[in-house]
Design a protein around this ligand. Structure first.
Ligand SMILES: Nc1ncnc2c1ncn2[C@@H]1O[C@H](COP(=O)(O)OP(=O)(O)OP(=O)(O)O)[C@@H](O)[C@H]1O
Length: 277
């Protein structure tokens, strides 16, 4: 995905397209006296799908929050599309082009699935008919085309998560920050939905920073994987995923895939033999 897009950027000689969407340099993140992460230096390039993995509580979500402008860097530099993200009050301005899907997603309980998705477009001033068509498309893409009028309480946890993903997909934001968006799904569904999502993200030209505890999910979906140490997190290694796209579920049974997930778990085990997730 990223490869193709970078290729076309090169062919067109567009310098803008080569600039990282997200650039962190020696970034330290803290909550008062608690340092969550330190010396983080990484890029997310246009159209890339980059995962953050690491032990529980190491600072992955904090990194995502910082990119979304919800947590001010304690030191270092953080740029989104070349513009510094300083962290702002919760009701302050966000980096324009960024949308979140959190673990604890916020659907409006009184709005149906399709109307929850539409809300992203309503705020952007898109007309009623187009809003409905785009929201239905996004719901179909996440496998919810047959239940657009159900309310959140009529959907399972995994279905609610997919509504939240559909909402992020239809928004104009081209950088998506996904914090364990498939946590409520079983392993096979998360890989199936994940791969559909990657195809859709590619079609929509989205760039993704993704937090997961699932090594196979990271391996299956990502272009690159950033492996973090226990808190305060530093970057232990950045791994390019050598699997060609599009990826089919059969890839899960290949030696290349197993070698990759083995390597990821070995890296995590080195630091924390008792707590690999
Ligand atoms: N709002 C907060 N106030 C104070 N400390 C916080 C806050 N949010 C997170 N922390 C602390 O910062 C550290 C990193 O938390 P973070 O949520 O970024 O980790 P994580 O890697 O995403 O964890 P998990 O994998 O368990 O979701 C933890 O020690 C956590 O307790």
């Amino acid at each position: 995905m990223a490869g193709q897009r970078e290729e076309s950027a090169r062919a067109g000689g567009v310098r803008e397209a080569e600039r990282p969407r997200v650039a962190a340099r020696d970034l330290t993140l803290a909550y008062g006296d608690t340092t969550a992460a330190t010396d983080l230096t990484f890029d997310v390039r246009p159209g890339e799908f980059v995962s953050l993995i690491g032990p529980s509580g190491c600072g992955k979500s904090s990194a995502l929050r910082a990119v979304g402008g919800l947590l001010a860097p304690a030191s270092g530099e953080l740029l989104v599309d070349g513009t510094p993200v300083d962290g702002t009050p919760v009701d302050g301005p966000r980096p324009r082009d960024v949308a979140f899907v959190f673990q604890d997603l916020a659907l409006y309980p009184w709005r149906s699935a399709v109307r929850n998705v539409e809300i992203a477009l309503q705020f952007a001033g898109v007309g009623r008919a187009e809003r409905r068509a785009r929201a239905l498309d996004a719901l179909r893409a996440v496998g919810l085309g047959d239940v657009p009028h159900r309310f959140p309480h009529q959907l399972s946890g995994g279905m609610r998560q997919r509504v939240a993903i559909a909402r992020a997909l239809v928004s104009d934001a081209s950088i998506l920050l996904l914090d364990e968006p498939f946590a409520a799904l079983d392993e096979l569904s998360r890989l199936k939905i994940g791969e559909q999502l990657v195809t859709l993200l590619e079609e929509h030209g989205k760039t993704v920073l993704f937090v997961t505890h699932s090594l196979s999910e990271a391996a299956y979906l990502s272009d690159r994987i950033i492996v973090m140490t226990p808190r305060p997190a530093t970057i232990k290694e950045v791994i390019e995923v050598p699997l060609p796209r599009p990826r089919e579920p059969q890839v899960l049974r290949t030696p290349e895939f197993h070698a990759l997930t083995d390597r990821l778990s070995a890296l995590l085990l080195e630091d924390d033999p008792g707590d690999v997730r």
